[in-house]
Design a protein around this ligand. Structure first.
Ligand SMILES: O=C1O[C@H](COP(=O)(O)O)[C@@H](O)[C@H](O)[C@H]1O
Length: 264
């Protein structure tokens, strides 16, 4: 039986940030019960700003309500093939919006960036990033797909997620973990990205999509007959109720799919 994703719609950015915080901290605490580390993958675009607002706001002071950043391992669901200090870098966005703002006494996460030595060869860059994942997730064992504790994704106005674009042959990949793309329809052209099997294999997968600019695509993904053919819709289809969407009322205007408002 197909279990539908959870679609949450909040009235304000502040409400969304509060609920996103509790979702991420639940994922953190559940992962500490399994292993003493929290492995999270993040995206670029509009997500890092919202994530920073969620994580850097004060909690109630308890361990359960505190991001234990020292035990976090942060990976990128996609990255642009540019230097880490380039305007287009997803790492730079995450660093400036979130990592640099973490107070010293909270400790810093371990961050797995692309290796700049491969900037001239996007395929090599993808291969090298996949090997980083193999070292962390496989540790000498054979693992078919890495399992992240949490994957946080964005959804572009065309339905792309990670750097998986509608109609791309990359969507048919069933084995590789990290893929390269040299002709991204959205600049910059050279990128690396989680494959669909990896992007849909998180214990929890959270999308953040806000603003009126997302309402047409959300209607297609949630109400359309072929919503499942779009990259973000494919993740809904594959990961079912492991997926939660954090949206605002502007983004879900006109969407009929059942939404929960106010809290998780
Ligand atoms: O190009 C990208 O776009 C998507 C969506 O971005 P958004 O600004 O519409 O949220 C993003 O998730 C991805 O990481 C990025 O490389």
């Amino acid at each position: 039986m197909v279990k539908p994703p959870n679609l949450y719609a909040f009235a304000t950015a502040d409400e969304l940030a509060i609920q996103l915080r509790s979702y991420v901290l639940d994922a953190q605490n559940q992962s500490f019960a399994r292993h003493d580390v929290f492995r999270i993958a993040v995206s670029g675009g509009s997500l890092p700003k919202t994530l920073a607002q969620a994580l850097l706001q004060p909690g109630d002071g308890s361990d359960a309500d505190t991001p234990q950043f020292k035990k976090w391992e942060v990976f990128f669901a996609d990255e642009r093939c540019v230097p880490l200090d380039h305007e287009d870098s997803n790492y730079k966005l995450v660093k400036e919006n979130w990592l640099d703002k973490i107070p010293e006494d909270m400790g810093k996460p371990t961050v797995f960036t692309i290796d700049e030595k491969y900037l001239d060869d996007v395929e090599e860059m993808a291969e090298a990033y996949e090997q980083e994942l193999v070292k962390v997730f496989a540790k000498g064992d054979s693992v078919r797909v890495p399992m992240f504790d949490l994957i946080l994704l964005g959804c572009g106005p065309d339905g792309h997620t990670c750097s998986l674009f509608p109609g791309s042959p990359l969507l048919r990949e069933t084995n590789a973990w990290i893929l390269s793309i040299s002709d991204s329809p959205k600049p910059p052209p050279k990128r690396i990205t989680f494959s669909l099997p990896v992007a849909s294999h998180g214990i929890k997968i959270g999308f953040v999509a806000t603003g009126a600019g997302k309402k047409e695509i959300l209607k297609k993904i949630f109400d359309g007959d072929d919503g499942h053919s779009l990259p973000s819709g494919l993740i809904n289809h594959l990961a079912q109720d492991r997926v939660s969407w954090f949206t605002d009322t502007a983004a879900v205007e006109g969407v009929s799919f059942p939404q929960r408002r106010g809290s998780l």
